[in-house]
Ligand binder design. Sequence first.
Ligand code: SAM
Length: 192
Amino acid sequence: NFRCRSAFKLLEIDDKFKLLQPGYSVVDCGAAPGAWSQVAVQRVNSAGTDPALSRGTVVGVDLLNIPPLDGAHFLPSHDVTDPATHAKLLELLPDRRAHVILSDMAPNASGFREMDHEKLITMCLSLVDLAEKILQPRGSLLCKYWDGILTRKLEEKLSSSFGSVRTLKPEASRKESAERYFLATMYRKPVK
Ligand code: SAM
């Protein structure tokens, strides 16, 4: 039983791209109420459900409270875009490294489509800074965005530090919504 239907979007994406492997460390950004974290816990075996497989780590962050979940460590009342949160994440991750960053974050929608789009893209851009601090070489980032004029800017920023960037529209996402996901894989630190 999942806490929210959004779980089916992550299941669909992970079935296809196999992002979440047993033993992996995952950071789930905008984790409340915790459905994506439930999927991640199962797939990385962070609750140790299968003793034959290596045990992963799931850390979820949200501005809101997140009900406890076996196999996940949550940082409620934390802003993913705040550098203080990045520092806490580093401490919670084995070897201070994540294999995968997930983000289903969304701002409270104002109803003004362009404004909401810009807000969410700004949040996604900050995930690239987070990646620079915590993501393993060859790691992956999956992030939700709302399509609009700044989509290209986000795509370009992702392309500068990931070997592959794909746009995904899961079947489980409503056709009429502007919701899309970028799946960026093969992380390499940008050359400065
Ligand atoms: N993936 C979640 C699940 O499956 O249960 C649903 C996530 S919900 C669509 C979006 C979440 O992003 C909200 O809970 C919201 O509080 C959170 N959020 C928005 N801005 C955030 C920020 N700056 N830092 C952390 N979380 C944020």
